[in-house]
Design a protein around this ligand. Sequence first.
Ligand SMILES: [Zn+2]
Length: 90
Amino acid sequence: MKIKMTNEQTELDLKRCYLPIEITDNCPTCGAEVTRYLSNDYLSYPCINTPIKISMYHNIELQDRDVEHSWEVTVILRVTAEAETVGGES
Ligand SMILES: [Zn+2]
């Protein structure tokens, strides 16, 4: 078998696209480390092989009121495929 991956920009036709990806970044306002779990916080119609913006946010309590800090990170999603060895390792 031969598998070739191309760099073609492809939109995934999925309104709720859950992915096994976690993105961690530091909030530019307060420095807090924030993780967005794409396995339960879905992306809508993401495009692979092209830079996409993903919004990050978290809430902090500031003088008894909730404040939301939000920013964007740019990532490129790639899809990989590999041959599976029948029967696994032996
Ligand atoms: Zn913050």
